[in-house]
Design a protein around this ligand. Structure first.
Ligand SMILES: *Cc1c(COP(=O)(O)O)cnc(C)c1O
Length: 413
């Protein structure tokens, strides 16, 4: 029998929601594999390779592979006042809208929004310390992940790294000595977000470093905005007891802080530099800023997140809604799914933050590894496999997705 033509085969796939060039590609692949019957499978593979929604049942709230903080976001197809001042009718600043809100939340004099925290750190170093020495503790020369290694970032920015102290102990005197010897432009403190050193350790606080002289830059990473946690019903949760917050770090004298917006801030992928007005102005004028500036989509999503904080409405920020859902609520949902075995489990924040911190949660356990079947569901469900069973943690599942989870489990087992 002659194989079907690419054209006829791709037309037979027209019920699949893909533009015809992609259906043609699927038909071509199937024919070139001598297996025309696999065309539908190939088309579905192409569709599943597109960016799309999944259900995060891993219990990792900020799952780096699942887009970190989930986001509720809509943009009408209208023009915006992105760089337009509605009062004067003249050109405005795309940075103004959100930056003012970040200042309200953090008490900073000024703020600058870039694409992520890595960009924020590079911009600060390039704008304020190119060809100048910057002191960093040997205990803070960390790798954050995805190739963000502090010594490499320093080199890329053109700043000269001056290592001070030792891996486990660094004192103010170490920074003072480095400053006397090298005339350091900045003192950089990096929050070792994703690892912990314990035992015989010592580090210099931001407040103590202030006395040395150069501006203190604190790369906080996580974007935990304020210890007071006014946006949470029960205030600061215990798993955040040691996490440095943006507002208090600025109060203790940091000239600038940098942080991610899609970690504990719970917003879109973006980065913030906040603090002294004169230093922010220098960063804003640097040519790299043009390359690092975010678009309107991101800025609007960040603005919505910042407004939710100001309204003290943690439940409208998906990350904080997940974080403050009670175990009792999760247990009730696990019972009413009606599939699998309800269990207690532990969630964690993830996203390279708060290593080792876990908090109680509840979900469903299914015997055997059915994770692949769950991934193949119409709305893919991502679960954890523990020993030889599959665990779905409901803390990271939106309640409106419970029915889809139950359906996926039912067809997976
Ligand atoms: C996560 C993190 C970064 C990198 O942030 P991105 O937004 O992922 O670029 C930098 N510094 C610290 C301390 C971090 O925790």
């Amino acid at each position: 029998m002659r194989p079907p033509s690419v054209d006829a085969l791709s037309k037979s796939l027209s019920d699949i929601d893909l533009p015809s060039p992609l259906l043609v590609e699927a038909a071509r692949i199937a024919i070139s594999n001598d297996d025309p019957d696999s065309a539908r499978e190939e088309a579905i593979k192409l569709r599943r390779a597109l960016l799309g929604p999944v259900i995060n049942a891993t219990g990792v709230l900020l799952h780096t592979n699942l887009g970190r903080a989930p986001l509720a976001y809509q943009q009408p197809s209208q023009a915006t006042n992105l760089e337009f001042d509605l009062t004067t009718g003249n050109r405005g600043s795309r940075n103004g809208h959100v930056a003012n809100l970040i200042c309200k939340l953090s008490g900073a004099e000024a703020a600058l929004i870039v694409n992520n925290c890595s960009a924020a750190v590079i911009l600060v170093l390039a704008a304020l310390a190119r060809n100048r020495p910057v002191a960093v503790s040997r205990g803070e020369l960390v790798e954050i992940g995805g190739g963000f290694r502090v010594p490499d970032v320093m080199a890329e920015s053109g700043a000269q790294l001056i290592e001070v102290g030792t891996t486990n102990r660094t004192r103010v005197a170490d920074y003072q000595a480095a400053h006397r010897l090298h005339d350091t432009a900045l003192l950089l403190k990096v929050h070792p977000s994703n690892y912990k050193i314990s035992g015989f350790t010592e580090e210099a606080s931001v407040a103590a470093l202030n006395s040395v002289g150069p501006p203190v830059i604190a790369d906080l990473g996580s974007g935990f905005i304020d210890e007071a946690c006014h946006w949470l019903r029960d205030g600061r949760p215990s798993w955040l007891r040691d996490e440095p917050a943006v507002k208090q770090t600025l109060e203790s004298g940091a000239a600038l802080v940098t942080f991610s917006c899609d970690k504990l801030f719970g917003g879109p992928q973006a980065g913030v530099i906040a603090g002294r007005k004169d230093l922010i102005a220098i960063c804003a004028k640097h040519p790299l800023m043009r390359a690092f500036r975010p678009g309107a989509l991101v800025l609007k999503a960040l603005q919505d997140t910042a407004l939710a904080y100001l309204r003290r409405d943690g439940d409208s920020i998906p990350f904080w809604r997940m974080a403050q859902t009670s175990v009792a609520d999760l247990e009730t949902r696990a019972q009413s799914l009606g599939v699998g075995t309800p269990i207690q489990t532990m969630s964690m924040t993830g996203g390279g933050s708060l290593p080792g911190e876990e908090f109680p949660s509840a979900g469903i356990e299914i015997e055997g590894d059915v994770s692949e079947n769950l991934r193949n569901a119409e709305l893919p469900v991502i679960a954890r496999v523990r020993d030889s069973s599959t665990v779905l943690d409901l803390r990271t599942v939106h309640p409106k997705d419970d029915a889809a989870v139950a359906k996926a489990i039912a067809s997976a087992i």
